[in-house]
Design a protein around this ligand. Structure first.
Ligand SMILES: *Cc1c(COP(=O)(O)O)cnc(C)c1O
Length: 452
């Protein structure tokens, strides 16, 4: 039978003006223009559906509900707080390093007018960089330092400033993709430098760097943060590369990635290079992220030889990649905590260094409150740091019910809770939960399990 348009329903479609009047809550939340446009779109869609002979609701409340869904999807608002029960300490999708309360306070102070580039002593112009550069240098035990938007930006800047359109030697085994969007060959291409691949994917020797290229401007070493070539593999050390770089008269730049400032004894830091360690081994410039193991805001640190740092600072791209006042505020307090050796005040470090007995006590508390069990498990450092390196952690397993449905409800509530679902159970890792949030976590899980 031929589809026939429902004339009655079409005639019942409300006028847009009437809908807007009725949707005053939406107008208050999203503004008149977007609300009106969305209501029009939703109503037009209903009209087309009806004209095509299908069924659609002409009910004003139904249309307003559809518009609400659309507006909410298009305007999710600012990032919402999440309780991270995944056990991944530096979780890129959850915003990487959680900031210390002190950093948050500094952000609050800087958010209004602040003396970002103003000298309160003289009433004259100040420098945004003067607040950060010496701190980066001191924290990295380097002659000079600088900070920009992120590590990828630091790399582009340093290639543009130090290599221009000349050649950069990189080990083929280090032409990697980190975290899905950091593809070294593409970043190098964006900087304008010529990439010269050296060696083979699994084996590269220092001698390979001695012979490669014709117009070489620098040698770049990249820490393969999130993968590890095992078995028949070989890569030159920074010290070996430094010898070649010196012989060729070009700087050696090392992207260490994680933002470890100095070599750490901590078990979780096994094998992670540090900025200071890299410079000491002979790198001329080291680059790192601000929001991984450093435990600060998104930023890219550059530290090393003063002449090289200065060339980076003076390059026009430095202006395009500069930090804003909010992140400068957080970065300064984070670096100060490192310099005071008060790293326990940084949530990332508190999570990594968490005492296993204390974690077990908390896990037992969570398990007994939620009728679960404590199982030996492992947390991940994450964030492309220390590949394959796990931290032993007691975790809480909650069996029974509908774990996927509970996990969804946990994600959608307030505060959102993100956890693992595996083997038909819900898993909560207390390591990545602030102990002060344990009660809220229990409350949320209890309520959502009761609902499903
Ligand atoms: C994480 C990482 C980057 C990217 O850092 P961003 O601060 O996110 O730009 C670059 N290089 C290495 C080795 C990394 O581990």
């Amino acid at each position: 039978m031929e589809a026939v348009a429902d004339r009655e329903a079409l005639a019942a479609l409300p006028r847009i003006d009437d809908l807007v009047d009725r949707a005053d809550a939406l107008v208050r939340e999203f503004g008149r223009r977007d609300t009106t446009e969305t209501l029009r779109r939703v109503t037009d869609a209903a009209r087309r559906t009806l004209l095509a002979g299908h069924t659609a609701s002409a009910d004003p409340d139904g249309l307003i509900a559809a518009a609400t869904t659309e507006l909410r999807a298009r305007r999710p608002g600012p990032p919402r707080r999440v309780l991270n029960a995944t056990g991944v300490v530096i979780h890129t999708n959850l915003g990487r390093a959680p900031l210390a309360p002190e950093a948050v306070e500094a952000i609050r102070s800087a958010a209004a007018y602040c003396d970002l580039e103003f000298d309160l002593a003289t009433g004259g112009r100040g420098s945004r960089n003067a607040r950060v550069a010496p701190l980066v240098a001191d924290a990295c035990r380097a002659p000079a330092g600088f900070a920009v938007n992120n590590a990828a930006g630091a790399l582009v800047l340093c290639l543009a400033a130090l290599a221009g359109d000349r050649e950069v030697l990189v080990s083929r085994g280090e032409l990697v993709e980190i975290g899905g969007s950091f593809r070294l060959p593409e970043i190098m291409h964006a900087s304008g430098a010529q990439l010269v691949e050296v060696g083979t994917t699994n084996r590269t020797r220092a001698e390979d760097f001695a012979a490669a290229g014709t117009d070489v401007a620098l040698i770049l070493a990249v820490h393969p943060s999130n993968y590890r070539i095992t078995g028949f593999s070989q890569a030159p050390s920074i010290a070996e590369l430094a010898v070649v770089a010196r012989e060729r008269g070009v700087p050696l730049v090392h992207d260490v990635g994680s933002g470890l400032l100095v070599d750490e004894e901590a078990p979780w830091a096994a094998g992670e290079p540090s900025i200071a360690g890299s410079l000491q081994a002979g790198a001329d410039l080291a680059l790192a992220s601000g929001d991984k193991l450093l435990g600060g805001p998104q930023a890219g640190l550059l530290a090393g030889r003063a002449d090289l740092v200065e060339r980076c600072q003076r390059h026009p791209l430095a202006r395009a990649l500069r930090l804003d006042k909010l992140r400068i505020a957080a970065l300064v307090t984070t670096l100060e905590a490192h310099l005071r050796e008060d790293r326990g005040s940084l949530p990332t470090w508190a999570r990594l260094d968490a005492d296993e007995a204390e974690l077990r006590t908390r896990a037992q508390g969570l398990a007994s409150a939620l009728d679960g069990e404590v199982v030996p498990g492992a947390s991940l450092i994450g964030g492309g740091s220390a590949p394959g390196h796990e931290l032993p952690s007691p975790v809480v397993r909650l069996r029974g019910g509908a774990p996927d449905a509970v996990a969804e409800r946990l994600r959608l509530g307030d505060p959102a809770v993100v956890c693992r679902v595996e083997d038909g159970a819900l898993w909560l890792d207390p390591r990545t939960i602030d102990p002060a949030d344990d009660d809220v976590l229990v409350e949320r899980v209890r309520a959502e399990r009761a609902e499903t």
